[in-house]
Design a protein around this ligand. Sequence first.
Ligand code: HEM
Length: 409
Amino acid sequence: MTLQDPALRSGPAALLDAFWQGTHLADPPAFLDRAREVSPVLFDPARGHALLTGHAEVSAALKSPLVRTTKYEGGEAFRASESHALMSPMMLFHDGPSHTRLRSLAGRAFTPRVLEESREFIGSLTDELLDGARRQGEVDGVAALAVPLPVTVIVRMLGLSGTDAERFREWSASVADLIGGLDVTPERWAQVEADARAMRGYFRTLADDLRAHPQPGLLSALAAAQDEGGRLSGEELLANAVLLLVAGHETTSNLISGSLHALHEQPEQRAWLAENPGERAGGAVEELLRFLSPVQGTGRVTTGPLTLGETELPAGTFLSVSLAGANRDPRVFADPHALDLARPNARAHLGFAAGAHYCLGAGLARLEGSVFLTRLLTRFPHYRVPEQPLAYRPNFTLRGLRELRLHLR
Ligand code: HEM
């Protein structure tokens, strides 16, 4: 199916079908524009499903007390799986007091001071990765820069051993598949289950060690928060540490690789940023978050009748909340498909969501993004990206390039 397909020219039900089938992944902005034109709240009462693509509607839904997160439930077999045991205590899937409790314990460990202490490390790591990539000539910027930067940073912040970084990368790809993977074959599912089992084993042992012998890092701080409050169970500690690990890098890698590509595509924007990266990178990161939406969307369910815009949604409606749609809404962002690094209201983007689940790591992601852009454009303002076919990873939620060949010079 292409975006010219007649199904996309017809009513809400056909558009929602196309969305469920993943047709929009061929060209998300064009599909989301089309959906928003029909209605920013595209509702199919027969299915109990609504797709939200307007900025005001997405923001209102995320902040409404009449919505809950989509529980990590599934069928009986799934509920007995390792993957379910790993994922269900993550704060992402909790609401109300149980969410507040998990989030505040994690937030206690993840403080602005912890963040500030990482700034220097992020700078020297970026330089090291850029040096390595330059020495190799043409490299895959995803594997050489976009993946190792955030994974190394979060592994260090958690206080995990750097030598396990490769294992974390593989595990985290499995959790990304659990969050929004498409085409997960039975073989892949078996691997995901094996990885979930291995992660639970690894973190359980580590958590016990850390409680007995605290080390610097977030994981010990999380374990200590449990001791003080007597509240985080072993499974909760494990799940939320894994969440930080995965949320801390799958998303930021996509921001970095997407930025490398977008700045190559728009040389005048790149040149503007390269004139004064130290001053301009902070604002540029906001616009890149808006433009790229590394997390394309999330899900919610209404718990009571909810009116969004002009549409009344009954209790129990499943909401596909498109952050990418909101970030290209022309009612908020002038010329929304243009990358404008000096856009005055770029910070109004919803790339980190809104409301109770607003990204806990937004400060870290912003820091990594701006340090990376500053170092890259100070040292290699003329990096080259040869002509190449582009492919995105098959994921509904996390949008990121598989590979991006480039040359630092
Ligand atoms: C470009 C980078 C990032 C983007 C675009 C991003 C985006 C998001 C979004 C959209 C949510 C809300 C999901 C929902 O409501 O369903 C979220 C939640 C979260 N993010 Fe991020 N994130 C990024 C980086 C990070 C980093 C670096 C960390 C931590 C190290 C992190 C940790 C979290 C956590 C723990 C949550 C769950 C918060 C909660 O449920 O209360 N994220 N993120």
